[in-house]
Design a protein around this ligand. Structure first.
Ligand code: NAD
Ligand code: UFG
Length: 338
């Protein structure tokens, strides 16, 4: 029988792609999501892509009773914990909501896992836990000094996991520090579906290419980077999803915990992304330069060595494929999930 993985936030962008990768690797994903940032129609698409009757618990991770119901009726191999709020900007405006949803949510989830003897967790952390780069690329031993409430919450959760594992030798976790996930499943059936005006670069660029928005505003043109625009380590969401499978196998094999970067190990500038997207879509992406966005760092990228050594995982897909798959999703679903 396939081992079951509870995927919190499994209807969201990264979680939905991870469900597909888990099913492909022979696991049975069960989703728990409160739909605060997702649509129920994702579920049908997941069932279609995986051929599995994926079960949905429409519930909040802070709801102990709902967690008990999701964890009680079968053995759970692991929890892949994606449920959380993710806007850095919003976290500055509503820090307490972010700490409650993300940090308290994880505490409630860990308690429920302990009640039901679930011993493994994959956690969606973020490169934002590092804060201002003291050296690049970021290695996992770079100081952890996040500069916004969202990042402080991610670090608080990493610390909580560390202490929980120290107190219970049977419990192991992987804190997966994502860099910039982009792109979509190659089928074009699932992808990133931001509400309102996209905050992130790729979905915005995709909407400009499709004609839904007139121009991309490039935030900053005088950074100390090769072309003056911001540099990030973009990674294909399917590479990221597959890294979760590799991390789960690591926990099963090694019986120890890990905090690890998930990136490609190379950076691309905003202008490089725009150029690659124009090539992939065959559409123009007009730009205008705008002032730097508050809180943005000039550049950062991952040292991806540890993931290769410990998880046996490397990102396999390049910028061209990220843009091609993002464009397929955008052009086949101009209004996102409906
Ligand atoms: P997303 O918003 O698309 O997915 C999150 C999902 O969690 C949504 O389906 C939402 O409905 C659900 N959710 C939120 N709060 C919940 C709660 N209290 N109970 C139950 N469900 C809840 O975001 P994503 O891009 O898929 O990100 C997934 C995780 O990865 C998040 O924890 C995010 O912080 C982290 N992360 C994302 C990025 C990125 O750029 N996308 C980068 C680094 C880390
Ligand atoms: N950018 C633009 N115009 C836009 C949007 C973005 O020029 O309309 C630029 C940004 O200034 C930055 C780059 O594109 O240089 C990438 O910006 P994103 O918003 O796509 O990504 P960030 O690196 O700013 O943020 C992401 C996640 C955060 C996470 C952070 C650190 O969205 O949740 O990475 O890992 F905290």
């Amino acid at each position: 029988m396939a081992a079951t993985v509870l995927v919190t936030g499994g209807l969201g962008y990264v979680g939905s792609h991870c469900c597909v990768a888990l099913a492909h690797a022979g696991y049975e994903p069960v989703v728990l999501d409160n739909l605060s940032n997702a649509r129920e129609s994702v579920l049908e698409r997941l069932r279609e892509l995986t051929g599995a009757a994926i079960e949905l618990h429409r519930a909040d991770v802070r709801d102990a009773g709902a967690l008990d119901r999701a964890l009680a009726n079968r053995p759970i191999e692991a929890v892949a914990h994606f449920a959380g709020l993710k806007s850095v900007r919003e976290s500055v405006e509503r820090p307490l909501d972010y700490f409650d949803n993300n940090v308290n949510g994880t505490a409630r989830l860990l308690e429920a896992m302990a009640r039901h003897g679930v011993r493994r967790m994959l956690f969606s952390s973020s490169a934002t836990v590092y804060g201002v780069p003291q050296r690049l690329p970021y290695t996992e031993d770079h100081p952890l000094e996040p500069v916004n409430p969202y990042g402080c919450g991610k670090l608080a959760i990493e610390r909580m996991l560390e202490r929980a594992a120290a107190a219970n030798p049977d419990f192991h976790y992987a804190a997966l520090r994502y860099f910039n996930p982009v792109g979509a499943h190659p089928s074009g059936r699932i992808g990133e579906d931001p509400r309102g005006v996209p905050e992130n670069l790729l979905p915005y660029v995709a909407q400009v290419a499709s004609g839904q928005r007139p121009t991309l505003r490039v935030f900053g043109k005088d950074y100390d980077t090769p072309d003056g625009t911001g540099v990030r380590d973009y990674l294909h969401v399917m590479d990221l999803a597959e890294a979760h499978v590799a991390a789960l196998r690591f926990l099963e094999r090694e019986h120890r915990s890990i905090a690890v970067n998930l990136g490609t190990g190379r950076g691309h500038s905003v202008l490089e992304v725009v150029k690659a997207f124009e090539a992939a879509s065959g559409r123009p992406v007009p730009i205008e330069f705008a002032p730097r966005r508050a809180g943005d760092l000039p550049e950062y990228w991952a040292d991806a060595t540890l993931a290769a050594q410990e998880l046996g995982w490397r990102a396999a897909r390049g910028l061209e494929e990220m843009c091609r798959d993002a464009w397929r999703w955008q052009s086949q679903n101009p209004d996102g999930y409906v």
